[in-house]
Every structure is written in structure tokens, then in C-alpha cells.
Ligand binder design. Structure first.
Ligand code: 6CM
Length: 272
């Protein structure tokens, strides 16, 4: 597989929508842009604008994690939003690590297995993952498309309010969006199938600003990571176990993943 040997230092092509005729493409477009909008809503914004009502449940330095309690048909589906600022890495680098199947096991510790089941285009893959079993619930699997893209300045200005009003635009923004897909043909192997919508949106700023990109060093890079997830466990799971698991694991994941990105890139050329 070409993607299994992808060079991590090579920038990805960004495939414009008109060049992809896969039946899932309109959904990839729509959900990715919706997630970008949702991620960039500040947690303090009003409920009527889609923000607000977030409960801060963990904090450590620059890292903050918020949740909203939500149950659907008796199942815990609490939306989560985590915000972190990391120095020394670009938005492209962080998103690249989150997207790439080659490095998934270097930072993801909820998995027993991971397979790419379809290659829609170089920026869009369909994954089948089997997650570690959490006692006393049944083991879970997921099938989701994952899409990575750079958001250009025009899109940020025209489609990404409210942050674009009165605020300095980031140098650039990258997003990875993961969204469950119905694939009954992918064997569940006895697992219950969870459904998810997850996004990692990274806003990069250059601090202090430079006159010329050639002057940028890793000391200038600041990357604001906004991680959002909505997971439906897809069948019986005790609420208290699930909430305790999320409370413990999401802060660990945010710290581990961001430190992993810093370590991977610290001695490498900058991938803007
Ligand atoms: O977003 C994360 N990882 C991505 C790549 O793997 C992808 C996967 C998200 C699924 C996250 C599931 C976590 C829970 C797994 C156990 C389920 C057991 C349910 C029964 C409990 C009683 O988007 C990072 C995910 C970090 C999670 C802490």
C-alpha cells in the first residue's frame, strides 16, 4: 500500500472536491466544514450560537478539557472539547501525526488493532479499529472515514466566523475529521460497533511575527489544538465506568499526543 510507506516529511496534496467522485465525498466536505465551525466556537460563546454550557473538568497548564453531559437512549454520549497550546510544532505536523496510519500505535493506546479498509484519496482513508476491551462492557470496534485538510485564508475569513471577527487570523489552520460510516461488510468480530465524530483542529500562529517565512524557527511556532469528540458506545456500557474512563483517558491522551508531536519534530525541518 502506498500509504503504508508514506514519507512523514512530505507535505500531503490537498484534493479539491471537484477532483473526487467518491460517493462519500459530499459527506466528507459537509462534516469536515461543520466540525471546523464547531471546534472554533469558543467554549464561552452563547448556547444559541452552538457554544456555551461546557463544564470544565480538567486543567493542567495550557490544557483545558470540557464536557457536556448527554445521554441518548440511556447511553452516555457526552460531547468533549479539549483545548491545548503547544510550542515548537506546526498545525500541519500535528494533524499529519493524528491522521497517518503509519504512526497510530506510537501515540494511540486504546487500540487492539487498526486497518485501512479503503483509500478514498491521499487525504481520506476509511479505518477499521478494534479498541481494547473495558471491563465489564463488551469490546468495541469502529469504522470511520478520516480526512485531513488545510483551511485556506479565504475560507477562514468567509466561513469560519465567529472567530474571524475582530481576532487576528492564524498563520494557517489544519483539521483532521473522523466520522463513522455504515460498513456492515466489515466484520465486527463479536464487538459492539461504536459511532464517533472526532475532530482535531490546529490553529498556528507565529510568535513573535516575522517579515519573511525564511526567518521562522521552531521557537516561533505556537499551535492551538482543539480536539472535539462525540462517541456513542452503540450498546450497553455502565455510565459511571464510561465517565470515569473519559475523565482519566482524555487528559492523558492530549498530553501524550502533544508531547509525542514535539519529540518527533524537534530536530526536523519545519513542515509549514
Ligand atoms: O481520537 C482519538 N483517536 C482516533 C484514532 O484512533 C479516533 C478514535 C476514537 C475512538 C476513541 C474511543 C475511546 C474509548 C475506547 C473504549 C471504549 C469502551 C466502551 C465501554 C466502556 C465501559 O478518533 C484519540 C482517542 C483518545 C481516547 C481517550
Amino acid at each position: 500500500l502506498k500509504l503504508q510507506t508514506m514519507n512523514l516529511d512530505e507535505p500531503l496534496d490537498v484534493i479539491p472536491p471537484e477532483r473526487c467522485d467518491h460517493p462519500l465525498w459530499p459527506e466528507v466536505e459537509r462534516v469536515t466544514m461543520d466540525q471546523l465551525y464547531y471546534a472554533r466556537l469558543e467554549v464561552e460563546d452563547t448556547p444559541s450560537s452552538g457554544g456555551g454550557n461546557w463544564e470544565l473538568f480538567a486543567q493542567d497548564g495550557e490544557l483545558r478539557l470540557y464536557k457536556r453531559e448527554l445521554e441518548i437512549d440511556g447511553l452516555v454520549c457526552d460531547p468533549l472539547k479539549a483545548v491545548h497550546t503547544v510550542k515548537g510544532v506546526t498545525a500541519h505536523e500535528v494533524c499529519h501525526q493524528f491522521f497517518s496510519p503509519d504512526v497510530r500505535f506510537d501515540w494511540e493506546n486504546t487500540l487492539d488493532s487498526m486497518k485501512v479498509v479503503e483509500n478514498i484519496n491521499p487525504n481520506t482513508l476509511v479505518f477499521h479499529q478494534i479498541h481494547k476491551r473495558v471491563w465489564p462492557a463488551a469490546q468495541r470496534d469502529t469504522v470511520f472515514w478520516s480526512h485531513i485538510r488545510k483551511i485556506d485564508a479565504d475560507t477562514l475569513r468567509t466561513k469560519c466566523h465567529p472567530n474571524s471577527t475582530g481576532k487576528k487570523l492564524p498563520y494557517n489552520v489544519w483539521i483532521v475529521c473522523n466520522n463513522s460510516v455504515d460498513r456492515p461488510d466489515v466484520d465486527r468480530g463479536g464487538c459492539l460497533r461504536m459511532r464517533l465524530v472526532v475532530s482535531m483542529c490546529c490553529e498556528m500562529t507565529i510568535d513573535p511575527p516575522v517579515d519573511d517565512d525564511a526567518q521562522i524557527t521552531r521557537d516561533h511556532l505556537r499551535c492551538r489544538i482543539i480536539y472535539c469528540s462525540k462517541i456513542n458506545p452503540g450498546g450497553w456500557a455502565p455510565a459511571s465506568v464510561l465517565r470515569a474512563l473519559y475523565k482519566r483517558e482524555y487528559p492523558k491522551f492530549m498530553k501524550r499526543f502533544s508531547q509525542y508531536c514535539i519529540d518527533v519534530y524537534k530536530d526536523k525541518p519545519i513542515m509549514l
